[in-house]
Design a binder for this molecule. Structure first.
Ligand SMILES: Cc1cc2nc3c(=O)[nH]c(=O)nc-3n(C[C@H](O)[C@H](O)[C@H](O)COP(=O)(O)OP(=O)(O)OC[C@H]3O[C@@H](n4cnc5c(N)ncnc54)[C@H](O)[C@@H]3O)c2cc1C
Length: 509
């Protein structure tokens, strides 16, 4: 038995001590390895945790290896802390807007950013029990804390102990990809791994990268009162999403005070005393911008290095570990799940992949499935939120699909009107000539919660007509789905059918 090394999370206050006590307990003693495991899982983020708990629940002998914090990015430096911050930022914004929009009491003075971060740490610590080492041990999983690496095609090593396996799952996740900008490393920067350790609000923040993480955090920090500039070489925010949806988010961020520098080329970053100076070119003009912090959010790099993939005979490329449609790698004993092998780098996608892997790895795929058959929605938690499921218009056309597109502005939905959140829209792409849904984009206050209805329809093969015959409560934002069905039905009414109806009603006069 070996003792795992201890870790710290800054600031190492009462909440982060609770977090660490759960997900990397100080003094944790790794168990003695069982003979040969049915399954060894490398990495205890969402993909690894879900794989391990389901497999152990089914009675398999399972080992789980984690070098840092169980829970992975989602719990520690991803979804959980970012959504806690976003909730606080929304609340600050609502309070600030209450007087202007709703005749509420005027507020003055600054908010308390340190309290925002303390609240986040408290909530994160509270959630951490569910991913904790002791809980997983109680679920029947052998939890090994330490750096794992393959030493053979059927063996992993951790802390000097060898774990032999029938099957293994690589679930090592991804990390912030830092672009090779001259001077950036010397000047210092934040990533998602350090931004949630801030205790003071940076008065001036430059965010590099206008993808989901960059947009969510840029808007949140602007709402807290930072002067935020968001720079990206792309000419729009959220490049993977519907361009009109991205435009709504861009306008919302600007109205929250974010300065957008799109189509920018970053030349270099330098440190001058306590400031970082970002040199960039925008619309042909060279500019320099002083910042108190620079946050890099320019994409994610899969964790494929340093743990012996070559020894195990597992191939990888720019997208991470190479897998087939059943998530099997080039070594038939080894599977992969989550950010390390997926173009959908989301917690729910990692969770879904883990479920497939258990079935495919342990039950020969009898109950399993193919990853390309999954319907995976995603949401960017800006205000308004942008949710997507299935194909965007560009993707549908690139795939040569004939589509019919129905768009309903949120301005036609009473609830959105009453809440003055009408800037968004629903856009549904149908297979031309049918009500079969190929994809949808929703831009609305709670788009992430609402998109589940379309994801369910796509998963269950339910068409837009049946959504239209589903009664939605009034007034809710989800009435937008029925309105889309009504709009589609109207397009089905041919001039001949309309004339026939008119003739029928004349007979009734
Ligand atoms: C700021 C931010 C916000 C996000 N918000 C959302 C959101 O709102 N919704 C959403 O769905 N997704 C969100 N995501 C994405 C989400 O966090 C990831 O998709 C998810 O964490 C992927 O899980 P995973 O298990 O594949 O990898 P990870 O969570 O990265 O876990 C991998 C684990 O493997 C461990 N590991 C790596 N190598 C080794 C080794 N050699 N030995 C032992 N252990 C190892 C790592 O320490 C880590 O704990 C966000 C991400 C970020 C960065």
């Amino acid at each position: 038995m070996t003792a795992a090394g201890d870790v710290r999370v800054e600031p190492f206050d009462e909440y982060n001590r609770v977090l660490v006590a759960q997900v990397h307990p100080p003094g944790w003693v790794n168990p003695v390895p069982a003979g040969r495991y049915h399954l060894v899982v490398l990495g205890a983020g969402t993909a690894g945790l879900v794989t391990a708990s389901i497999a152990a629940g089914l009675g398999a002998r399972v080992a789980l290896i984690e070098r840092h914090l169980m829970g992975g990015d989602c719990l520690t430096v991803g979804c959980v802390p970012s959504k806690a911050l976003i909730a606080a930022a929304r609340s600050w914004q609502s309070a600030a807007e209450s007087s202007r929009t709703f005749g509420g009491p005027a507020i003055s003075g600054k908010g308390d950013f340190a309290q925002v971060m303390g609240r986040m740490r408290r909530l994160r610590a509270g959630l951490s029990r569910i991913d904790g080492a002791s809980r997983y041990r109680d679920l029947g999983v052998d939890v090994f804390l330490g750096e794992g690496h393959f030493i053979a095609a059927d063996t992993l090593e951790v802390g000097g102990q060898q774990l032999r396996f029938r099957r293994a799952v690589i679930a090592t996740g991804a990390r912030a990809a830092v672009p090779p900008i001259s001077g950036l490393a010397e000047a210092g920067y934040l990533t998602n791994e350090s931004v949630f350790s801030l205790t003071e609000l940076p008065p001036r923040l430059v965010v590099l990268g206008a993808g989901p993480i960059g947009c969510e955090l840029a808007q949140a920090f602007a709402r807290f009162g930072s002067a935020v500039t968001l720079l990206d070489q792309a000419d729009r925010v959220l490049p993977r999403d519907d361009p009109d949806a991205a435009a709504v988010v861009a306008r919302a961020m600007e109205s929250d005070g974010v300065r957008l520098g799109l189509g920018a080329t970053i030349a270099r970053v330098e440190r001058r005393g306590r400031e970082q100076i970002v040199h960039f070119t925008l619309e042909g003009r060279a500019e320099e911008l002083a910042a108190d912090q620079v946050l890099v959010a320019t994409g994610r790099a899969p964790n494929v290095e340093g743990f012996g993939l070559e020894v195990a005979g597992v191939t990888h490329g720019a997208q991470g570990v190479t897998v087939d449609d059943r998530l099997r790698t080039s070594n038939r004993r080894i599977y992969a799940a989550g950010d390390v092998c997926s173009t959908y780098q989301f917690t729910h996608a990692a969770d879904a992949a883990a479920r497939l892997v258990v079935a495919n790895a342990l039950f020969f795929g009898i109950t399993g499935g193919r990853v390309t058959r999954l319907v995976i929605p995603w949401t960017t938690y800006t205000t308004p939120e942008v949710a997507q499921v299935g194909l965007t218009e560009l993707e549908a056309r690139a795939a040569g699909r004939q589509i019919q597109t129905i768009t309903v502005p949120m301005a036609e939905v009473d609830r959105a009107v009453l809440e003055e959140s009408t800037s968004g829209f629903l856009r549904i792409h149908l297979e031309a000539g049918t009500d079969h849904i190929l994809g949808a984009t929703l831009v609305a206050e709670h788009a992430g919660d609402m998109i589940g209805e379309i994801a369910l329809a796509m998963t269950a093969g339910i068409g837009l007509a049946r959504i239209g015959s589903t009664i939605h409560p009034y007034p809710t934002q989800s009435e937008v789905f029925r309105k889309a069905a009504d709009a589609w039905r109207r397009t089905k009414l041919t001039p001949t059918a309309r004339r026939a109806f008119q003739a029928f009603f004349r007979l009734l006069e």
